[in-house]
Design a protein around this ligand. Structure first.
Ligand code: FAD
Ligand code: EGO
Length: 460
């Protein structure tokens, strides 16, 4: 049995495992190339679920993610359904607000609703006659040598398929990746960080946004960090990052500990979120873990490929996880084109081309995690950004801030690191030589003062 396809069509069958952000997008791209695509998603169809307690969390979409959405003709719609964030807005402990734009005119990142984005992609996928969506299909086993996948269906029964190509887009805890590791010769590392995250909601105030809309709100507080991104329904979603030890302490201290914590570190956010909501969120929810996963390669022979978080989960301190996963899709698309859909060439090439970049982004995200905690307070945050801006003004071609290269360009991530190191070295050197000027002047002055004869040849 070469496939589950009963049609006489000779098109190759591709199974996409995971109908999250990357899986649903990749399914569309593969269908556009004429493959028969079967998409298997463990959860129910999210479009049929009631707007239950699971609060709509939002994501920052930037240039790399948009490039992929453009390939499937959805960029405009997604941008329309998102909220531009033109600047960062830094909240100091005293409640002072300072903003700084992300770029020149019209440069912004977008706050998009994860669920809406996923639903839009699934609905688009459904328009293709050569895509079949299978919800409530959880991958149980995979035999990658034979190329067989076993799914568990809603009614508990099992189903086996044997597609020509398997694309694993099943997230950070990928079952496909697990099988690839078992087959050997695959590098793999994972790291849980000591921080957890928790989401809180800033509800609309009299139907309007309770605070300034078109910003990425940031509360830098050393070990504790909070951000807020706007939603289309006039609410904001806050994400609080703090060490699990602190989450545990608050949990053990009792009823009002969460609120007391906010009084101490985020006083200006209390009227926005509401005392009751803060108390309840701390009682109801716990800190959620964040993991960074690097591996290589991403393919198994010419049969299996992992993409998105399955291949490279990263800590969220750059807002790049989804963007990087979407860029994976662009890269795969380019390689399929280049090698005329020849999997034996495309898959190894994808691993070789993409792993250095995705690993670089994982490193950059981890670096930002360390960097942001070292910023101590909002003053330092702003100062750093001002220095970046000044250097860029001084040398627009030679010095591009790291955040700009990552977020507003499509420079390969590994090249971003190279360029960043290069320009940092340059700045260091420039500073050194600049310091040499006053140092030399002082030297000349002292010499001429204490030993004027040194310069007697000048007076001839
Ligand atoms: P997922 O979205 O995890 O999708 C995987 C899918 O596979 C799921 O639908 C799951 O149900 C399914 N699945 C899993 N196992 C199986 C199985 N055995 N069988 C069948 N199906 C299965 N990224 C950004 O770009 N910008 C941001 O601002 C941003 N903020 C973030 C904030 C936080 C707190 C976190 C945790 C992440 C953030 N990210 C952000 C990262 C982003 O969420 C991920 O990179 C993105 O969701 C990855 O998409 P994916 O499709 O690879 O994986
Ligand atoms: C000095 C000052 C060096 C995610 C500031 C580096 C990340 C880092 C988590 C923001 C924006 C989208 C984000 C900036 C820096 C999302 C982001 C940034 C956070 C936290 C985030 C910025 C979701 C790092 N982008 N960013 O420049 O505004 O700067 F604060 Cl905790």
């Amino acid at each position: 049995m070469g496939s589950t396809d009963m049609n006489s069509s000779s098109a190759l069958n591709v199974a996409v495992v995971g109908g999250g952000l990357v899986g649903s997008l990749e399914a569309i791209l593969l269908a556009k190339r004429g493959f028969n695509v079967e998409l298997y998603e463990a959860r129910e169809d999210i479009r049929t679920l009631e707007h239950v307690s699971g609060r709509s969390i939002n994501l920052a979409l930037s240039v790399r993610g948009r490039a992929a959405l453009q390939l499937v003709g959805l960029e405009e719609q997604i941008v329309h359904d998102g909220i531009p964030m033109n600047a960062r807005l830094i909240h100091s402990l005293s409640g002072k607000l300072s903003s700084q734009p992300y770029g020149k005119e019209g440069q912004f990142i977008l706050s998009v609703d994860r669920r809406l984005l996923n639903e839009t992609l699934l609905t688009e996928a459904e328009k293709y006659p050569n895509i079949q969506l299978h919800f409530s299909h959880k991958l149980l086993q995979a035999n990658l040598d034979k190329g067989t996948l076993v799914f568990k269906k809603e009614d508990g029964s099992e189903m086996t398929v044997q597609p020509d190509l398997i694309i694993g887009c099943d997230g950070a805890y990928s079952a496909i990746r697990k099988q690839m590791i078992r087959l050997g010769r695959m590098s793999y590392s994972q790291e849980y960080i000591p921080h957890g995250y928790m989401e809180l909601c800033i509800p609309p105030k009299e139907g309007k946004f309770a605070t300034r809309i078109n910003y990425l709100h940031i509360w830098p507080r050393d070990e504790f960090m909070m951000i807020a991104l706007p939603n289309m329904d006039a609410s904001f979603t806050c994400t609080l990052f703090m060490p699990f030890a602190q989450f545990d302490q608050i949990e053990n201290e009792g009823e009002t500990a969460g609120l007391d914590f906010f009084r101490k570190y985020f006083p200006d956010a209390i009227p926005l979120i509401g005392e009751k909501e803060i108390k309840e969120t701390f009682l109801k929810n716990r800190g959620l873990p964040m993991v960074s996963i690097k591996c290589s390669h991403y393919n198994y022979k010419d049969r299996v490929l992992i993409m998105g978080d399955a291949a490279h989960a990263m800590v969220p301190f750059y807002g790049q996880g989804m963007n990087c996963g979407f860029e994976d899709c662009v890269v795969l698309e380019e390689l399929l084109e280049k090698y005329n859909n020849d999997f034996a060439k495309v898959l190894p090439a994808f691993s070789e081309h993409r792993a250095p970049d995705a690993q670089a982004m994982c490193d950059l995200a981890m670096y930002n995690y360390v960097e942001m905690r070292s910023l101590v307070n909002s003053r330092w945050f702003l100062l750093k950004k001002k220095v970046d801006k000044f250097l860029n003004w001084l040398m627009p071609k030679k010095y591009i801030p790291l955040y700009t290269m990552v977020t507003f360009s499509r420079i390969r991530y590994h090249s971003v690191i190279q360029q960043w190191k290069r320009q940092d070295k340059f700045v260091e050197k420039a500073l050194f030589y600049l310091m040499c000027v006053p140092a030399a002047s002082i030297g000349v002055f002292m010499l001429s003062y204490f030993k004027p004869s040194t310069f007697s040849w000048l007076r001839k």
